[in-house]
Design a protein around this ligand. Structure first.
Ligand SMILES: Cc1cc2nc3c(=O)[nH]c(=O)nc-3n(C[C@H](O)[C@H](O)[C@H](O)COP(=O)(O)OP(=O)(O)OC[C@H]3O[C@@H](n4cnc5c(N)ncnc54)[C@H](O)[C@@H]3O)c2cc1C
Length: 557
């Protein structure tokens, strides 16, 4: 008998949403997409790590989902009317559980393509299945049921990077902190790695990766399907922040053949926001991670292919069709391109900054960072909305938050509601006309020197955590002269491109560029990478969806 792993108690209605029972009419609609087969106790319907996960509905008998550990821990059990699966079925990622028949009976089996077509065409079943898949994934994350163990240390910036990568990709993992947990040495010995190799990712209980890159983790966990570089796409979307994900959802749902390339994790800057409170439809706010995970899944539901930890390194713009080079490797051809590469935080002008990045200096204020500095004093640098949000969020767990702003105040750069919250927080100290002069410490930040810009006086604070949110620089280096940029490197589109610039760029058409179209026909720029953008999730989402309507027009030209 399988051991049961610790469960989160499920309330009646939540349990019904996670493990719903389908009606006979719903089952007969599913049967039309799959094949029915008899099964016997002991049959393994799917093995952990299998690339092409399948979906099973139990008609009679019983099947268990177990983790393939020595103890074969039970994750869930399904009887008549219930179905297996979670969100990896939509993404095509490898599963990390074994599906085992424990009582003779009959099941309906469906492959991924047919499952996608079912959720795209049957609204009622789509709602039931998608809700169950999302809730099951959150349960797995909360219970740490997965195929990854991360052995790391709080003093290591790469540990933080890997935690963020797994978390932002919604992948469940178990974290063992070398500095706090006993028994980690045994595990390291088993995989012939030492403490000096930390962070170590033990992937699928088989391979130990020493300080792996995000790409290596994605590859070991089977995050990405193979990209067919001979296949001509309707549109390649570069970047999976809010604007790229919106373009992917609209493009794929309108029948376009969509490939999305994302160099890090879905969500972009918004993914690092602890709480977005001004996005339409979420009166109580939504974390950037949740918004990104939902959008990512929505795009995959409609059939967009999303490649994670795969970056565009060049646009071949002198040829038609265009081609996007991935990670300095082969080029993937495409009729149109949507550039949604957003922007990155501006860095502090301090010599030894890189030494402390991830080891006291952070560019996002999510639950992971908040946990690292709970009860301590922290500094937030910047006077915009992202800095305001971070200060308010961190003030819930930090002893004191110092907001360091170069300007004389916040009113020109921050929304009124955030200024009010900052004023009302007893543990947020606003330090205007101030900048960071120096950072100090050995393997982790220990002291920060603040300079008063009026008097030149320097004050040294014993603070170990600095959150930098001081504006952004566009990610356009990879475009290497293909499109017209403004003086700060943002991409000019539509009416912002002057006739002289169009002539210099050899614009070949009699029509002017569409709104959001760059100086290259069929290449669009959306969201924070675009000159004149307004740095909002809603506008990025809006631009991503508008660009798709122009893609249709270009494809018909
Ligand atoms: C902490 C924080 C809090 C915020 N809070 C709010 C808020 O409450 N409300 C609000 O409206 N706005 C908020 N914003 C602003 C909002 O998040 C941005 O306006 C929005 O994310 C822009 O979306 P985007 O898709 O254009 O770009 P980004 O979010 O920057 O996404 C771009 C994506 O492209 C990827 N990429 C870059 N280069 C490449 C490449 N060469 N190949 C492949 N991929 C690439 C990046 O990894 C990234 O994932 C916040 C921003 C931050 C940083």
């Amino acid at each position: 008998m399988a051991d049961r792993i610790p469960e989160i108690p499920l309330t009646g209605s939540r349990a019904e949403e996670i493990f719903p029972k389908l009606t006979s009419t719903q089952i007969s609609r599913i049967c039309a997409h799959g094949r029915s087969r008899k099964v016997q106790r002991g049959d393994v319907l799917m093995e952990a790590g299998q690339q092409h996960a399948r979906f099973f509905v139990v008609i009679s008998g019983r099947i268990d989902v177990v983790r393939p550990t020595d103890a074969a821990e039970l994750v869930a059990t399904f009887g008549p009317g219930q179905f297996t699966g979670e969100i990896n079925l939509l993404s095509g990622r490898r599963g990390f559980v074994r599906v085992l028949v424990v009582e003779d009976g009959e099941v309906v089996e469906i492959d991924r393509d047919h499952l996608l077509s079912l959720v795209q065409t049957d609204g009622e079943l789509s709602e039931i299945l998608m809700r169950a898949f999302i809730l099951r994934r959150s349960e797995l994350i909360e219970r740490g049921v997965g195929d990854v163990v991360l052995v790391g240390s709080t003093h290591s910036s790469n540990t933080l990077r890997i935690q963020e990568f797994l978390t932002r990709n919604g992948h469940p993992y178990k974290y063992l902190d070398l500095d706090q947990e006993t028994g980690t040495q045994d595990l390291l010995d088993r995989f012939h790695v030492s403490v000096d190799d930390v962070p170590v990712v033990i992937c699928r209980n088989r391979t130990a990766l020493k300080n792996p890159t995000n790409e290596e983790i994605a590859s070991c966990l089977g995050f990405n399907e193979v990209i067919d570089e001979t296949h001509l796409r309707d549109v390649v979307i570069v970047g999976a922040g809010p604007s790229g994900l919106a373009a992917a959802v609209y493009g794929a749902s309108e029948g376009l053949d969509v490939l999305v390339l994302e160099s890090v994790s879905p969500g972009g800057q918004a993914g690092s926001s602890s709480m977005i409170e001004n996005y339409l439809g979420f009166p109580t706010g939504i974390s950037g991670k949740k918004l990104a995970a939902a959008a990512h899944m929505q795009a995959e539901k409609f059939g967009a292919q999303i490649a994670i930890a795969r970056g565009a390194t060049r646009l071949s713009c002198a040829r038609k069709p265009y081609a996007v080079q991935i990670d300095n490797g082969p080029h993937t051809p495409t009729k149109t391109v949507i550039i949604a590469t957003g922007a990155e935080y501006r860095k502090l002008a301090v010599d030894n900054l890189s030494k402390f990045e991830g080891a006291g200096v952070y560019y996002g204020a999510t639950a992971i960072e908040a946990k690292l500095c709970g009860g301590d004093e922290v500094i937030v640098v910047g006077g915009g909305n992202s800095a305001g949000q971070a200060a308010v969020y961190l003030s819930q767990t930090a002893r004191r938050v110092h907001m360091v702003v170069r300007a004389a105040g916040l009113s020109d750069t921050m929304s009124r509601y955030l200024i009010r919250r900052i004023e009302q927080s007893s543990n947020i100290v606003l330090r205007t006309r101030t900048e960071i002069a120096a950072l100090d410490g050995s393997d982790h930040l220990e002291r920060v020197s603040l300079r008063d810009r009026q008097t030149g006086n320097v004050e040294v604070l014993e603070i170990q955590h600095v959150f930098v949110m001081a504006g952004a620089v566009p990610n356009t280096v990879w475009l290497k002269g293909c499109v017209v940029l403004d003086a700060s490197g943002f991409i000019k589109t539509g009416p912002d491109i002057s006739s002289e610039e169009l002539a210099a760029a050899k614009w070949p058409l009699t029509r002017a560029p569409h709104l959001l179209e760059t100086s290259l026909p069929g290449v669009f720029a959306v969201g924070d990478v675009r000159c004149g953008n307004v740095k909002r999730v809603a506008s990025a989402v809006g631009e991503g969806s508008i660009a798709v309507s122009f893609v249709h027009q270009v494809l018909h030209e």
